[in-house]
Ligand binder design. Structure first.
Ligand code: EPU
Length: 339
């Protein structure tokens, strides 16, 4: 038997701080509670939406039905061999403290992903990535509740289909599965990833994983605003991928334009496109693009989602007019589509 809270205030549950109310809210701290909450909503024919830490979320003013938070906690080493350790994080574990915990245990590989907000369970959905590393580098499996059958399924990395800010949990598994735990293969030796130039430049030769962790925390803190003091959802747009023909044409026009390899064509830096389009530090109705990082939309006056989206539309329009490149919004909208 579960008792969801009616007319629940979601403003503190979305890092953009948009005013938002859920018809019902329930935080499930174990699997039985999660299953019971789904049954509760089904009996009442209510739509169900999921929230994690709320740091990558777009919340409309009214969210009908049940907003469900998988709040399962626990971190453990499942097994280890001579060089590696398999770590299981339950979905509700906050990400950054989990990274710090792994480092303290001597489990290496997550340092570059320090200070990313959100929960472990949300991490595979957008395949969190930063400073030359992404979750795909160490994710080996996910435990997920199949909402139709009520069973826990073990999905290996291939089934999760992690891509750039993408996964099966944004595609075919989007409305049918709830991630309940993730399994990460980490290293017992002190390996570091210095492939990101600004990170390498911030460190001395042969840094320890602890030094990399500290440098990532310092780099992020210097560029990305703390949502507690300035509401935001990290990068608001994905870095766009364009085909080779369009890239050649843009590159000849703007030789200084940053660009990266992509699965197909070439990936561009949305922050650069936004800055060139004149939106760095610019605002519309109190919502604007951050002065230190043009890709981060900030909502200092805690305006509603419609105002946030109007600003995002204006930014995307300006980039389209200047470069004929479409920007795609990265955070996900609460829309009650879980089945
Ligand atoms: N740039 C500008 N103007 C700016 C900021 C950056 O021209 O205001 C240029 C930089 O000079 C650089 C390029 O844009 O050449 C890329 O900038 P940066 O390295 O800061 O990274 P990003 O591509 O803007 C991505 C991730 C971030 C992640 C950083 C660091 C996406 C959508 N964003 O940003 O992830 O922290 O790399 O690895 O891929 C997030 O997803 O929420 C997030 C913050």
């Amino acid at each position: 038997m579960i008792t969801p809270v009616a007319n629940f205030d979601l403003q503190a549950h979305n890092s953009l701080a948009c005013p938002s109310r859920a018809e019902y809210f329930f935080a499930a701290s174990d699997l039985n509670a999660l299953r019971a909450a789904l049954a509760w909503a089904r009996q009442r024919q209510l739509p169900v939406s999921l929230v994690g830490g709320g740091s990558n979320l777009l919340c409309p003013a009214e969210v009908p039905g049940l907003v469900l938070q998988p709040a399962l906690l626990g971190r453990q080493a499942l097994s280890r061999d001579g060089t590696g350790v398999l770590v299981r994080l339950q979905a509700g574990e906050p990400w950054h403290p989990s990274v710090a915990w792994c480092l303290a245990q001597g489990y290496h590989g997550l340092e570059n992903l320090a200070l990313i907000p959100g929960t472990a369970g949300a991490a595979p959905i957008q395949n969190i990535g930063a400073y030359g590393c992404e979750l795909a580098d160490c994710l080996v499996a996910v435990e997920a509740l199949n909402c139709r059958t009520g069973d826990i399924e073990h999905l290996d990395a291939q089934a999760c289909q992690l891509g750039y800010r993408d996964s099966a949990f944004k595609q075919q598994l989007r409305d049918t599965h709830i991630i309940t735990a993730i399994h990460l293969q980490l290293q017992l030796r002190p390996v570091v990833n210095l492939s990101y130039p600004a990170l390498r430049d911030a460190l001395q030769a042969e840094p320890s994983p602890q030094a990399v962790f500290a440098a990532v925390v310092a780099l992020r803190s210097s560029k990305l605003p703390d949502p507690q003091t300035l509401p935001n959802a990290g990068s608001f747009f994905k870095n766009p991928c364009i085909d080779s023909d369009q890239f050649q044409q843009l590159h000849s026009q703007y030789p200084q334009m940053p660009h990266y390899p992509a699965a197909q064509g070439r990936k561009l830096a949305a922050a650069w496109l936004i800055e060139q389009a004149g939106w760095k530090g610019r605002k519309l109705d109190g919502v604007g693009m951050h002065l230190q990082q043009a890709l981060v939309l900030t909502n200092p006056e805690k305006r509603p989602l419609n105002t946030v989206l109007a600003c995002a539309d204006a930014v995307a329009e300006a980039v389209w007019e200047r470069f004929a490149v479409r920007l795609e919004i990265e955070p996900r909208r609460l829309c009650g589509s879980l089945r």
